[in-house]
Design a protein around this ligand. Structure first.
Ligand SMILES: Nc1nc2c(c(=O)[nH]1)N[C@H]1C(S)=C(S)[C@@H](COP(=O)(O)OP(=O)(O)OC[C@H]3O[C@@H](n4cnc5c(=O)[nH]c(N)nc54)[C@H](O)[C@@H]3O)O[C@H]1N2
Ligand SMILES: Nc1nc2c(c(=O)[nH]1)N[C@H]1C(S)=C(S)[C@@H](COP(=O)(O)OP(=O)(O)OC[C@H]3O[C@@H](n4cnc5c(=O)[nH]c(N)nc54)[C@H](O)[C@@H]3O)O[C@H]1N2
Ligand code: SF4
Ligand SMILES: [Mo]
Length: 869
């Protein structure tokens, strides 16, 4: 590694890939860290494009109080004074924090300590409530602790991998690549259990498109079958409680075919594979967690693994893949309202006393705080008077989000720490605090396999941005707790956190990193907890049948299938499922800045089956209004066989900052799982109607434009311009002073095309017609980089098409290397490429993260070599 390289960790998904950033003559270069055990040098499209998200121009760079920029001294004083005022007037429990799995462990630790330990309020919860809470609860019920028993290698050495409610290809791409490579080598069987056919099905030997919400019935059916065929592991079960009751209930549960709507031979194949394959790994994610029966779904999965002794053994384990880069770290520091720090329990007086003594925090009280959805209800009804939101965008990501926005709007004190200047949540804040972002931050994160890695800085923070731990500690000191928050840096916080994990811990708490207390923080190598002794790293847990319960026994939990709370009806006939796109991260505050990451899906799509399109009068490429009892959204329609009838898939990424009306959480029900409090984000009955605007348009402009006159708009960043897809009922007019304007209009087809040039250089272009303009988008946005447009290009501009023989205007397929559809088609047409490997060799497409391989296959199957070739 070059001397001026920095080893850090990707700030997106829970795979937790190691990244190397090195200085080049004109900036930085990025690559996967070949020595990091999570990825061994690989990165996905989001990781590869990280440097393109470091745009200081979009950052929040100054603390703001009531809309005024104010230095840190003023901002810290105002924050502390106002919090003190609320505490004095209404008591500590009127204060709440809402944190995030995107904070570093050190930030999170300090936030939790300040609120629970010193302010004395239990009400800190985090966006992990929307993400991992059901798994946390399921783990605790079965194992006695929130601990993932396996590791990534298990996916590579298993003979059968079952992916339940996980679109691994898009959401954990590097882990998907590892699985795919192992499968190619050793013929691993892969089963995907997901109502839709996703990109992950590319490697599936069997896809079970079960009815949404029916997973418990499926796994109960499997448990019954395991017993019937004598596949139970009785020696292992001798140390597991609950088999009899769980099995009886499973045997009496609704028949699989009825609850899941699957073909009986598919189910039989799945059961047979599971029964016969000792080395089975079941990976699960949000199709399991985000359900009103999420915790039971988790335990239904854990039950079949406990019953067969396939827990924490090489290639045989249940495996929850975490979403956020530090969802796990947050769970370790007790960031959830029903946890205390270091895996201690707020309902256990001994634990509360232990933590109180360790922190010297007399204000620490026992008992659980409010969970996310309830927390915002308490803001709504005035019980919570001050809310500090850190590293999350709840106005977009919480269910029933109009209600969340209304609650925030009337909350007397809203403090938001973020890295960018504009988010839907920041718009509702009284105090805005600028935090340092990835590339500037310094600390640790824990990935899905319990591996703790360092994030390290390689660039200066812009303006007055400061680390989250610093901001929180300064407020703690200003509130009078000078000593408890006198940290000199993240290393000191990490050491305290590590000491706490070992404090009076004889093994009763699984989380133990005492062995890292004296490790050199700067050069800390990735390791997996528990780490009791220096240098220890633990790949697997519980394989010996000893669990983290008082008596060491694991537990099978009795679960039975329950229908989701709100079923489809005449009024709300279609089930809305919400989730992720390959190249965007949540509310797009960072991935939205990288032009290449918009190439894959530049607009939010409502994906429906051909049958539903016909039933609801929707046209592929047309627009639809999706309405639920809670809200509505306006989206473009995509008709696809991948989507089962009766269901629509909606992406979670767009906010009011990037689209007119595409916050899909506005639609989502606020129902939660009764055990975990996790919202049912994957199941809301809705209605779909066509929306036929008077016109549709495409605007490309050198700088941001006010397009609020359009009923529908979606913005994305391209290389030299902002791009807006538009639609409306009344025409829009744009003026660009001092520009030459050239027009083309075809009255018969209702098409107009306009370009504005400033001194021969393209300033803006607008295409309007009755339908979505069919223009060469990829070519058009490149014209903004051209100094003086040639005559041929001017003509082509008004035609909306690339001049013949010129550069290409098609959509981008590979986001890692920026390879367009046209380039791939051309390689096929001229006979140079026939296979995915040919394309990789010629164009590099598909060789980065590999997530576009399924797209490339589709192009290959649809394109033919030219006659001549
Ligand atoms: N590209 C990208 N990657 C990400 C993220 C991102 O924003 N973008 N976010 C990260 C985060 S925080 C998370 S939590 C993870 C989430 O990762 P995933 O959980 O893999 O992603 P989702 O798209 O939310 O949902 C997964 C699948 O659940 C299916 N599903 C819906 N209902 C059911 C059901 O009842 N049963 C079953 N079996 N399946 C169902 C959906 O159809 C969907 O395909 O991704 C992480 N990685
Ligand atoms: N309908 C529906 N809703 C969902 C989901 C779903 O599948 N469907 N998924 C849920 C899940 S699993 C998750 S994890 C959530 C995610 O939802 P959010 O957490 O709300 O989404 P993000 O866009 O990741 O928000 C992170 C915010 O923190 C800022 N930020 C980034 N880094 C830092 C930092 O270092 N410090 C500070 N202070 N700020 C920072 C970013 O700019 C951004 O504004 O969404 C949940 N909501
Ligand atoms: S898989 Fe992609 S997003 Fe996830 S950590 Fe690795 S590079 Fe980052
Ligand atoms: Mo998540």
């Amino acid at each position: 590694m070059a001397e001026d390289s920095v080893r850090t960790t990707c700030p997106y998904c829970g795979v937790g890939c190691g990244v190397v950033v090195s200085r080049t003559r004109d900036g930085f270069a990025i690559g996967g860290d070949p020595d990091h055990p999570a990825n061994r040098g690989r990165l996905c499209s989001k990781g590869i494009n990280l440097l393109h998200t470091l745009d200081d121009g979009t950052r929040l760079t100054e603390p703001m109080v009531d809309g005024r920029a104010i230095g840190w001294a003023g901002a810290i004083a105002a924050t502390a004074d106002r919090l003190r005022h609320v505490i004095d007037e209404h008591g500590p429990e009127a204060v709440a924090f809402y944190a995030s799995g995107q904070l570093l462990t050190e930030d999170y630790y300090v936030a939790n300590k300040l609120l629970k330990g010193f302010i004395g309020s239990p009400h800190i919860d985090t966006n992990s409530r929307l993400c991992m809470a059901s798994t946390v609860a399921g783990h605790k019920r079965a194992f006695g602790a929130d601990a993932v028993p396996g590791c990534y290698e298990d996916l590579e050495i298993a003979d059968l991998v079952i992916l339940v409610g996980s679109n691994l290809a898009w959401c954990h791409p590097v882990l998907f690549q590892r699985l795919k490579a192992a499968r190619a080598e050793r013929g691993t069987k892969v089963v995907v259990i997901d109502p839709r056919r996703t990109a992950t099905c590319e490697i599936a030997d069997l896809h079970l498109p079960l009815k949404p919400g029916s997973d418990v019935a499926l796994f109960n059916g499997l448990l019954a079958q395991l017993a019937e065929t004598g596949a139970l592991d009785h020696p292992f079960l001798s140390n597991v409680a609950g088999l009899k009751a769980a099995l009886e209930t499973a045997q009496a549960d609704v028949p699989v075919a009825q609850a899941c709507g699957l073909e009986s031979d598919e189910v039989a194949t799945f059961f047979d594979w599971f029964t016969r394959t000792p080395r089975t790994v079941t990976v699960f994610s949000q199709g399991v967690n985000q359900s009103s029966q999420g915790t039971d779904k988790v335990n239904a999965i854990l039950n079949v693994h406990l019953a067969t002794g396939r827990v924490g053994k090489p290639g045989a384990t249940p495996f929850s893949v975490t979403g956020q880069p530090n969802a796990m770290g947050g769970r370790e520091v007790g960031g959830l309202a029903n946890q205390l720090a270091a895996h201690m329990n707020p309902d256990d007086p001994a634990d509360v006393d232990r933590l109180r003594r360790f922190w010297k925090a007399p204000a620490l009280r026992g008992g659980q705080g409010l969970k996310a959805v309830d927390l915002f209800r308490a803001v709504e009804d005035g019980r919570i008077k001050a809310l500090w939101i850190m590293a999350t965008n709840p106005a977009v990501s919480l269910p029933d989000s109009d209600r969340v926005r209304a609650a925030l709007a009337k909350c007397p004190l809203v403090i938001v720490s973020d890295v960018v200047a504009d988010t839907d949540t920041l718009r509702l804040a009284h105090i805005r605090l600028p935090a340092t972002a990835w590339g500037e931050k310094d600390g640790t994160v824990t990935n899905s396999e319990r591996r703790i890695s360092r994030q390290r800085p390689f660039r200066p923070a812009p303006g007055l941005a400061r680390p989250d731990w610093w901001i929180i500690s300064e407020v703690g000191r200003a509130l009078g707790w000078e000593k408890a928050f006198s940290y000199t840096g993240p290393a000191a916080i990490f050491r305290e956190h590590a000491r706490l994990s070992a404090f009076e811990n004889d093994g009763a708490r699984a989380f133990h990193i005492g062995g890292a207390v004296r490790a050199k923080y700067d050069t800390l190598e990735p390791f997996q907890w528990p780490c009791r002794k220096v240098g220890q790293s633990t790949a697997r847990l519980y394989g010996d049948g000893r669990f983290t319960t008082v008596d060491g026994r694991g537990a099978m939990i009795t679960v039975s299938w329950q229908a989701p709370r709100d079923l489809p009806s005449l009024r709300w006939p279609v089930i809305a499922n919400t989730g992720r796109y390959r190249d965007q991260w949540h509310t797009m505050t960072r991935t939205g800045l990288a032009p290449r990451l918009s190439g894959h899906r530049s607009e939010p799509l409502a994906e429906v089956s051909p049958r539903d399109a016909a039933a609801w009068n929707l046209r592929d490429g047309g627009l639809t209004r999706v309405t639920s009892p809670h809200g509505d959204a306006l989206l473009r329609v995509r008709v696809t066989e991948d989507q089962p009838p009766g269901q629509v898939f909606l992406p979670i990424h767009w906010s009011d900052s990037g689209a007119a009306r595409a916050v899909v959480s506005r639609l989502v029900t606020g129902h939660v799982d009764p055990v975990s409090g996790q919202p049912e984000s994957k199941y809301t009955p809705v209605r779909l109607e066509p929306w036929v605007p008077a016109w549709q348009g495409l605007l490309l402009a050198r700088s941001a434009m006010d397009v609020s006159g359009a009923v529908y708009w979606v913005r994305h960043h391209a290389e030299g311009c902002e791009v807006y897809d538009l639609a409306g009922d009344v025409g829009l007019d744009f003026a660009f002073n001092g520009c030459e304007r050239i027009d083309y209009s075809d009255a018969r087809r209702g098409i107009t095309r306009t370009a504005w040039l400033r001194d021969g250089r393209l300033e803006a272009a607008l295409f309007v017609g009755p339908d979505r303009p069919q223009v060469a988008r990829g070519w058009l946005d490149k014209q903004f980089a051209t100094e003086i447009l040639r005559d041929a290009d001017r003509a082509a501009l008004l035609a909306g098409q690339a001049p013949s023989g010129a550069t290409d205007g098609s959509r981008q397929v590979c986001a890692c290397f920026g390879v367009s559809l046209h380039a791939i088609e051309e390689a096929v047409a001229d006979g140079r490429a026939r296979t995915v490997d040919d394309i990789g060799r010629l164009l590099r497409a598909g060789t980065g993260c590999g997530s576009c391989v399924s797209d490339i296959k589709e192009v290959l199957s649809q394109s033919k070599p030219n006659q001549a070739a």
